[in-house]
Design a protein. Structure first.
Length: 188
């Protein structure tokens, strides 16, 4: 609550979090909602987890289902988000390929790289561009990176692939921030 108004600090803000059904995305969505924002909950395969989160947070937080590994899926989530929320103040590109657990852990490196490029890098670029074109001045796009991508690296096949893709997210974000400033802020 703010001392001046007694309202939550993000009251009235409309936010979208991609990959909101689990992990970091879920935590981000919960934090935004707890601070008073209305949150569009982006998800793809985890319908049950997404519905459970929406039930926990309340009906004002719409579910936004889309396969962000495709251009059509990126266009769909942006269209649906603006349809459900009318405008978006903060967009969080959190969705990412899990190539470390389950069946994906056994994929060959080339398959893992393709999944990471499609979801972690291309979806971030596509959604950022589509959202920025519709965002009001003062909007913010947050792209998730990885500190090991630029600080100290990490040994191993999977970290090498992940670091390369997240370094791409960082490079895109820095350049895109210059392209859309001063109307939209872009951070990693």
């Amino acid at each position: 609550m703010t001392a001046q108004t007694g309202e939550p600090p993000l009251a009235g803000l409309r936010t979208v979090v991609t990959g909101a059904s689990s992990g970091i995305g879920r935590a981000i969505a919960v934090a935004f909602a707890a601070a008073g924002a209305r949150v569009g909950l982006g998800f793809w395969r985890s319908s049950e987890a997404a519905r459970a989160l929406a039930n926990q947070l309340g009906a004002i937080h719409p579910l936004l289902r889309a396969d962000l590994s495709t251009a059509d899926g990126c266009a769909s989530i942006v269209r649906d988000a603006f349809g459900a929320l009318e405008h978006v103040d903060v967009w969080v590109n959190n969705a990412g390929a899990d190539v470390l657990t389950g069946e994906a852990a056994r994929w060959p490196a080339e398959h893992k790289l393709q999944a990471l490029l499609e979801l972690d890098l291309k979806a971030t670029i596509r959604c950022s561009r589509l959202v920025a074109a519709r965002m009001r001045p003062g909007g913010c796009i947050l792209n998730l990176g990885w500190d090991h991508a630029t600080v100290d690296g990490m040994a191993g096949d999977d970290p090498e692939l992940f670091a390369a893709v997240k370094a791409g997210v960082l490079g895109f974000s820095k350049s895109f921030a210059r392209s859309v400033a001063p109307d939209v802020r872009v951070n990693v």
